[in-house]
Design a protein around this ligand. Structure first.
Ligand code: HEM
Length: 242
């Protein structure tokens, strides 16, 4: 039986997913070794990235290949801005907007999003961010509250209740992925651009490592990327760009 496209896409990006998930910044953030500023720094990067992604999604809203994916209930841009305002305005964290720079990585990611011009590329970035947010992102939200006492009012980016239950939504999203060829889309463009999307995320996360306070003690030595061997799709792992 032919493999469904959603499974092929997931398998093709499994190695690079593992790499971005295990960048030092992500591991330290998730394991409670950073602080609220580091999380705010990540959110700050998201302001420009989601603004660009959501502008591009609107631009392609009527495109027959992208239209099945377009859903304004996924949009995170306004939530991100509000979450950041909550964090910066909170007396508890003493955060300063000027101490939360937009990195070159975030600017490059947003610039790339501004330049893409094929619906399959928009799908790739849409999938990478939103399916990620609906998956591992849910753990990020929970852990930020637990480790750094970030209140629910500043974690609304991870709240997708407007979509209904997450699992059926992701299942139906995968059905839409499986139907890309049916709407005239080119699956290989989606795979190639999804790799680029993951690379852009990895580069950004690597840059955040050096910008966030990260005590080296008790951090696992092997927390860096480990690109080696073929991916599940049988091609060489993406060379580590992080
Ligand atoms: C702390 C970091 C992360 C953790 C713990 C994590 C964890 C997970 C888990 C457990 C899933 C599987 C969910 C499922 O099968 O329903 C998943 C899926 C996914 N993640 Fe992550 N992830 C992390 C970071 C990222 C990042 C940085 C990206 C990209 C920007 C990303 C993109 C995705 C995507 C696109 C999927 C959907 C895969 C599919 O089902 O096709 N993740 N993640």
């Amino acid at each position: 039986m032919t493999e469904l496209f959603s499974a092929r896409l997931k398998a093709s990006t499994a190695t690079i997913h593992d790499e971005v998930e295990h960048t030092n910044f992500m591991v330290d953030l998730m394991e409670g070794r950073l602080d609220a500023r580091a999380y705010a720094l990540l959110l700050k990067q998201y302001t420009v990235i989601y603004a660009a992604l959501e502008a591009k999604s609107r631009e392609f809203a009527e495109d027959p290949i992208f239209a099945p994916f377009h859903d304004v209930n996924l949009f995170r841009g306004e939530r991100i801005v509000r979450d950041l305002q909550e964090l910066i305005g909170s007396a508890e964290f003493t955060l300063n907007d000027s101490d939360l720079p937009i990195t070159g990585g975030a600017e490059a990611y947003a610039r790339h999003l501004g330049h893409i011009d094929k619906p399959e590329q928009v799908i790739a970035h849409h999938y990478t961010r939103y399916l990620g947010d609906l998956s591992g992102g849910q753990a990020i939200g929970a852990l930020m509250g637990r480790h750094y006492d970030i209140p629910a009012d500043a974690l609304t980016i991870w709240d997708f209740t407007e979509l209904g239950k997450t699992k059926p939504y992701k299942d139906s999203y995968r059905l839409r992925l499986n139907d890309i060829a049916g709407t005239g889309g080119n699956e290989q463009i989606v795979i190639d651009e999804t790799m680029t999307a993951f690379e852009l995320n990895g580069e950004l996360l690597s840059e955040l490592t050096s910008l966030s306070e990260r005590p080296t003690a008790d951090r696992p030595a092997a927390a860096g990327p480990t690109a080696a061997g073929p991916t599940a799709a049988g091609r060489p792992a993406a060379s580590s760009v992080f």
